[in-house]
Ligand binder design. Sequence first.
Ligand code: HEM
Length: 371
Amino acid sequence: PFKALNELRQSTPIRYDNSRDCWDLFNYEDIHRVLKDPATFSSTRGPGAGTSILLMDPPRHGQMRDLVNKVFTPRAIQELAPRIQAISDELIQQLHGDDMDIVRDYATPLPIIVIAELLGVPAEDRHLFKRWSDVLVESAEDSTDAALAKLNQKKDQNTLELKNYFQNILEIRRKNPQEDLISSLLKAEIDGKKLTEDEVIIFCVLLLAAGNETTTNLITNSIRILTEEPDIQVELYKSLDSIPSFVEEVLRYYPPVISVGRIAKQDVQIGLQTIKAGEQVTNWIGAANRDPLKFANPNNFEIERKPNPHMSFGYGIHFCLGAPLARLEAKISLQTLLSHIREIKLVSSINIVPIPSTFVFGVKNYPISFT
Ligand code: HEM
């Protein structure tokens, strides 16, 4: 999609799309302007608004964010490093031969296991997590009413199962708190008031939805670059210490989330256009990340690009809560993988299935061979 996004940024940096009833922004500066101004551009939209932090506005957003920041500190995340290392090692040991599907065998299980442990759910329930998180991010096969109805039914069933599951876990943790995220959320208070059971559950579900597929795609997109650009692969193997800056460039070049939405709360001028109160705005991160006014040679992949102010984790008050975790998982998993395998090649591009979504960039499978 990046070629199309580049073209749209050049031809119509701001446009109203009648077919979606929505504004599209493609310039870095315009998107930055929107994301840093939640008073004008609200995040409350769609189902879940008001209860999920992602869809909250100030002041409730800030209170909720302070609370989850306390349990999601960079230090708490850094403490997960040995576990992420152990999980990566274990997944590597399960490989045999000289090929694998990077999505199925490595990039999918890793973040799911990490989130399950962080939340404090029993290890044997991880396969349920995988199924639930898949349905959470699933899009309809086509836009016919029948397909949409079928998907909605599936999602409702999924939500019900998740809710029942977490209600049980919450019950157990209330009686017997542990050193895990769910126990911390149950203890936490805003202005002397505890979170409601629904709020705790919705936050857990958000972590599953926001944290799993995105991180899977970051790891997969990293390997994808190495197969698409053999020179980059050679350069990276010369210095695996460059992995953190390589990961930042993957985030910019192939962002797992390519757009985020907002709604204007009042009439506001952006560039030459006036966006009216109540209108939707789609902010195309995938276009901003390649804006030549912000990045030199934006369509070149440069491992050591500095500075690299990509917006792949968003910007402003909703900046991704899981960014330190996603970065750590990508760093450790890639270091481990690349120190075990070499000469990575895509086996065949014939059956690669892109994830059918307008706001996610990734693939469902990616078979590689290596030595
Ligand atoms: C918010 C991307 C991984 C939890 C966001 C936003 C983006 C994003 C773009 C901002 C949305 C907006 O402004 O509307 C990503 C990417 C990831 C990733 C690209 C992986 C490479 C994670 C992980 C977690 C997580 C691992 C948790 C375990 C969240 C939460 C928010 C969020 C809770 C909402 C924060 C708020 O509203 O204050 N993420 N994310 N994300 N992300 Fe991530």
